[in-house]
Design a protein around this ligand. Sequence first.
Ligand SMILES: Cc1cc2nc3c(=O)[nH]c(=O)nc-3n(C[C@H](O)[C@H](O)[C@H](O)COP(=O)(O)OP(=O)(O)OC[C@H]3O[C@@H](n4cnc5c(N)ncnc54)[C@H](O)[C@@H]3O)c2cc1C
Length: 815
Amino acid sequence: MSLPTHARAVIIGGGVVGCSIAYHLTRLGWTDVVLLERKQLTSGTTWHAAGLIAQLRATANMTRLAKYSQELYGNLEQETGIATGFRRCGSITVALTDHRREEIFRQAAMARAFGVEVEEISPAEVGEKYRHLNLDGVKAGVWLPKDGQGDPANIALALARGARNRGARIAERIRVTGVEVDAGRARAVTWQADDGGAQGRITADHVINAAGMWGREVGAMAGVSVPLQACEHFYIVTEPVAGLTQMPVLRVPDECAYYKEDAGKMMLGAFEPKAKPWAVDGIPASFEFDQLPEDFDHFEPILEWAMNRLPMLGEAGIHTFFNGPESFTPDDAYYMGPAPEVANFWVAAGFNSVGIQSAGGAGMALAQWMDDGMRPFDLGDVDIARAQPFQTNRRYLAQRVSETLGLLYADHFPFRQMETARGLRRSPFHAQLAENGAVFGETSGWERPNWFADPGQEPVYRYDWRRPNWFGNAAQEVAALRSGVGLYDMSSFGKVRVEGRDALRLLNHVCGNDVDTPVGQLVYTQFLNQRGGIEADVTVTRLDETAFLVVTPAATLRADLTWMRAHAGDLNVVLTDITAGEAVLAVMGPGSRDLLSALSPADLTNDGFAFGSAREIELGLTRVRAHRMSYVGELGWELFMSADMAGHVFETVWDAARARGGRLCGMHAMDCARIEKAFRHFGHDITCEDHVVEAGLGFAVKTAKPDFIGRDAVLRKRQAGLEKRMVQFRLTDPAPQLYHNEPIIRDGKIVGYLSSGAYGHHLGGAMGMGYVPCKGESPDQLNASRYEIDVAGTRVPAEASLKPMYDPKADRMKA
Ligand SMILES: Cc1cc2nc3c(=O)[nH]c(=O)nc-3n(C[C@H](O)[C@H](O)[C@H](O)COP(=O)(O)OP(=O)(O)OC[C@H]3O[C@@H](n4cnc5c(N)ncnc54)[C@H](O)[C@@H]3O)c2cc1C
């Protein structure tokens, strides 16, 4: 076997995803690309996919990628000569409940804002477009005329041919047996021919794990966590149905089913609520174009519903019962990007049954990312940096993926929480919070109180698009924060100590703000990229001359650590993740000073403890480090303490707070309060593609400081003027709810969408934030417009403001 001994990029895996990466790298001029496939191209999962190619995803960029795939597949045949079977047959999703109608209408509104052609349709119109359908119980539908279907294997083969034509080397029956890592970088792969004969080694500048359901195993070769697990995934295909011609793809999520017409036969696929993990202890070495055994009992409930919904199924015999494995991840989103653990090792795996429709866009985005060395746009939803090493535990994965497969078609209620594999990362306050009625939500494995049930109230979520059962609880918690005192647990904050002779140099290079401050000062800052986009939103506290604490959201800790490490180079600096070692209790509200003064001899007045500073104080019978800052816009302190002191501090503070009418608050209340104050939320309002100046955070960038990443981009933007501005909205009707992605309508025209939304309990209406294009316009012109927000197809008038609607001068935080 003659394979090269060096390549610029070695791709592991010849499914649709690996082929797409090869295709897109070569399109960018990378000819020295090698793809290694252990058996034959497509022989893993790709060959047996149903081939649904939809455009609608949960966020703008995921939709952008799916749209890109769909356009690419439409043109591949012309380019490569391989028929991809791609047809734009359109798709219909129907709702059988009012909840689902709300969901699909909100999705349709969002799709419009993202530039996807979409139409809300009545049951009668559903019937006109899909005459075979039993319309009993159908409440409404959504029609996407440009959605399509295609032949997955041929799409992959066409991508492979496109890559080959531009110089890529694609080798089948070559198994990668190891990935060599040296000094934190992937350097080479070792391989063996399938027949056990030849073997070799290829040194590589970049190694890409596109190994599908083998992705966890291939990640482990390099010491990289890729938490995914295969599940059995089912469909049936009928015998030919007389007179059946091209039909749109049909989804009936309330019955866990999708339908696709293919060559005069009908395919019925299932997303059942409880899935079956497969090969938890390892995929058989011989796996190649394999099928798994039929499980008729498992499929039967879906088939029964389907025969009622599409009576023709009862008449047509079943030609094929197909069961094939597909990989699923703990949060139902795929993985993409550079591995946090190892430089130059990239991941694109775990496609949760949407790999065909995602591969085109994912391949394009990954190739661009590799070529530029930076994300082409925000990919936070799928960034591999969100994966937690503990999630590679196989028992954890088996439990979790049995839920995530079905969630694809479950009601996507806002704040819906996972039910399986919970309770892993508990803050040191966990038991005390649970005793007091905490209802937990999960972020990066952390259990965090989202709201607190009242005595006698069932501490469980009852989801609803309009008024969920916790709506009143959050309102009371916000009232406590605004008028008394509220406590919330922020132990899940990522906390990184940055220490050493060059700690200041590193931080002043990655931060937009100047962190060369006196000891004990807090600095709110962003890590910027070369385009001025925001890579992280953190606070930096100077602990002493050569030691700093970087505090960051739980979900982005690994990404932020990776960013800092990548820029540390040879600097004399040590980064230590101390997240689990320190608990954090936020004490917020106008009553917080009095409360803490009763528990501590420290001078907490403005003279004794200025806003934006941090220092150790005595509290109860111990010492804590108090940081005077607030994400809810009130007077308050975040108390950091070593985890062993958390129980005592909690008892001390909570007993005193309760006696004063204080409340325990959850993340929902915190989010409501922060949006009233227009504080940006990383990942929603601010991402790597949002320029820090357009995000309204220019105040936190000090261009007088030389040589930090993004400085030139900030100077350029200030000179050229803004193209968009972050605007805060409040609906004038107090009834509707906003979450995010709702279209913003300015003077009758869609101009953008909300990047975040929550209910403003203090200001009395749903609130949102979002960017509005404003090239050449003054703030006054922006303010003078008439705004509405599209909520599930209804345009609701909104007030708009460029300044925070709550406490615009920040008097309350500095009180
Ligand atoms: C029943 C079913 C229906 C589906 N329907 C749809 C649909 O309608 N629409 C849609 O978008 N998606 C659908 N999917 C999902 C889709 O098939 C997958 O998401 C997609 O094929 C994943 O592609 P991949 O390239 O990541 O993985 P794969 O196709 O599995 O490719 C990974 C490759 O890596 C190779 N490999 C692994 N380890 C090594 C190694 N050590 N060395 C070399 N090579 C290695 C494997 O042999 C394999 O060929 C469906 C899936 C199933 C099971």
